[in-house]
Ligand binder design. Structure first.
Ligand code: SF4
Length: 203
């Protein structure tokens, strides 16, 4: 059975996802979009699709992505325009879909490099004033216990001071010396890349 047909069947009223996907609604447009995405994944080519809010686009592309990653040796990459959508897919929609289908698949979230704390920069950065000193101290405590090092997850006591400091403590693509860096073992960005290399689905 083609990937497109499998996807459409799963999304049909009375289909597997109807009973198990927490936010299931019968949506003809969603089914068609998911079928088109599945056919493009299966046969190659480029699909440009636009759909308004309420169609259920996330499920329409996650479902064929998951089934394709399972059926082939290929890694599927889902790129988003915003980091909030990236977090939503990785933290909520993808786990819910895998659970609905009783599937286990290694997944990873990989953000732009500057979104990870750089242990070297964090050690060397000095605050410009008491507020920055305070947020740097808070950051150091957080980074010591959070191996993901995703700066989006850090909740600062002073958001404005954090906004000023963020660019100085994140991994800097221009300054990163990964080949000679002695902090590679504790570097969250290096870890995120390693996990992405092992994953079948990368958001
Ligand atoms: S490899 Fe080193 S310099 Fe590059 S982001 Fe990681 S800790 Fe920073």
């Amino acid at each position: 059975m083609s990937l497109a047909r499998r996807v459409e069947e799963l999304l049909e009223p009375g289909g597997r996802l109807a009973g198990r996907w927490p936010r299931y609604e019968e949506r003809e447009v969603q089914r068609r979009l998911a079928g088109d995405i599945a056919a493009t994944i299966e046969h190659g080519g480029v699909l440009l699709a636009e759909a308004p809010t309420g169609v259920g686009k996330s499920l329409a592309y996650l479902l064929p992505a998951v089934l394709s990653a399972l059926a082939t040796e290929r890694r599927v990459v889902i790129a988003t325009c915003t980091r909030s959508l990236q977090d939503q897919l990785y933290e909520r929609d993808l786990p819910a879909l895998l659970e609905s289908l009783d599937l286990h698949l290694p997944c990873a979230c990989l953000k732009g490099k500057q979104n990870y704390v750089c242990p070297r920069a964090l050690e060397l950065t000095e605050g410009r004033g008491a507020e920055e000193d305070e947020v740097l101290e808070q950051l150091r405590r957080w980074a010591a216990g959070d191996e993901e090092g995703d700066l989006d997850r850090f909740v600062p006591a002073d958001a404005e001071a954090m906004r000023r400091v963020r660019g100085r403590v994140g991994a800097d693509p221009a300054a990163c010396t990964i080949v000679t860096c002695r902090r590679g073992r504790e570097c969250s960005w290096v870890r995120a890349r390693r996990l992405a290399a092992q994953a079948r689905i990368v958001v």
